[in-house]
Design a protein around this ligand. Structure first.
Ligand code: ATP
Ligand code: MG
Ligand code: ZN
Length: 284
């Protein structure tokens, strides 16, 4: 776990115990003249009250209770703030787990230089998709990015992740290989997580990007894992972006026609990156 999450968790635990101990309000003192008690005047409301001589209360029981309640409220507010901070830290962790890779971290939409008119259109679609991400989460709108190497699929999907994470959504950028491996690992004896836990990792984020869906995912087990996660997300209307060097018919062969169809629903798009590799362009 990230140190900042551990730190926030520690503080939260401390606040929790403070809140629970302070919630016990001191027992009220009777009005009779118990031996060993003295009469005092409350500094807040001016009423007269009795308290044990040994305890130097300056406030009457009512005012003490009110003060305690205020303290508890303040602590609870503080606790709420820490919890919010933890959620942000968790989001940051999720995002760094995004593993968009160092190469793409800190890049902005302005760093994308379209080499053709089609490239400009594709980047506009991506930018709009990220900008209207709330809408995408309401309808489960997905994207497919297909095309040759070096055409900017990773760059644009990383920009989308960064953009939506900045809006407070959770985004996870992973590869088909990592996803399948994590689920398969959960099948092993002594595995730390159950299969459903492993799957939940991928069905929970607001946005999931599955990169590098290739021909090697033709085996039945791998197909089932991939389609199950995509279907679960579809049922929950959570957007998924899939990236591949394959063609649409090849993708249909691996994921099934029904799954690929879902990517066209609710304004979903198949973006074809059919221009020259940016990597080669840089050399030229
Ligand atoms: N239009 C562009 N403007 C600026 N940089 C770009 C552009 N397209 C690609 N790049 C850069 O070129 C490199 C390759 O791009 P990227 O990794 O996004 O390609 P890809 O489509 O994912 O390729 P592959 O299929 O090989 O994984 C990256 O460093 C990326 O930042
Ligand atoms: Mg790539
Ligand atoms: Zn008082």
């Amino acid at each position: 776990m990230e140190p900042e999450i551990i730190e926030a968790q520690k503080r939260l635990e401390q606040k929790r115990s403070e809140v629970s101990t302070r919630q016990t309000v001191p027992t009220r003192i009777g009005s009779g003249q118990e031996p060993g008690t003295v009469e005092r005047v409350c500094r807040d409301c001016g009423s007269v009250f009795r308290c044990p001589e040994a305890i130097n209360y300056t406030r009457c029981p009512d005012c003490r209770q009110r003060m305690n309640e205020e303290r508890v409220e303040a602590l609870q507010r503080e606790r709420g703030a820490i919890e919010a901070e933890m959620r942000t830290a968790e989001q940051k962790r999720l995002f760094s787990e995004v593993q968009v890779g160092k190469r793409y971290q800190g890049q902005t939409w302005d760093d994308y230089l379209p080499s053709t008119e089609a490239a400009r259109k594709v980047s506009d679609v991506c930018r709009k998709y990220a900008g209207n991400f709330r809408e995408a989460t309401e309808t489960g709108r997905c994207l497919v990015m297909i095309g040759g190497p070096g055409t900017g699929k990773n760059m644009l999907s990383a920009l989308i992740c960064q953009d939506v994470a900045g809006q407070g959504f959770t985004a996870l950028h992973t590869t088909a290989m990592k996803l399948v491996r994590r689920v398969k690992e959960s099948w092993g004896k002594g595995s730390e997580e159950t299969e459903s836990q492993a799957i939940r990792n991928f069905t929970l984020p607001d946005l999931l990007v599955i990169d590098e869906i290739g021909v090697q995912f033709g085996s039945t087990a791998e197909q089932i894992i991939l389609t199950e996660i995509i279907n679960d997300r579809y049922e929950a209307m959570r957007p998924t972006i899939i990236i591949s060097n394959l063609t649409v018919p090849q993708l249909e062969e691996i994921l099934g026609k029904r799954v690929v169809d879902r990517f066209y629903e609710n304004g979903g798009r198949v973006l074809v990156f059919n221009w020259q590799s940016y990597r080669r362009q840089k050399i030229a």
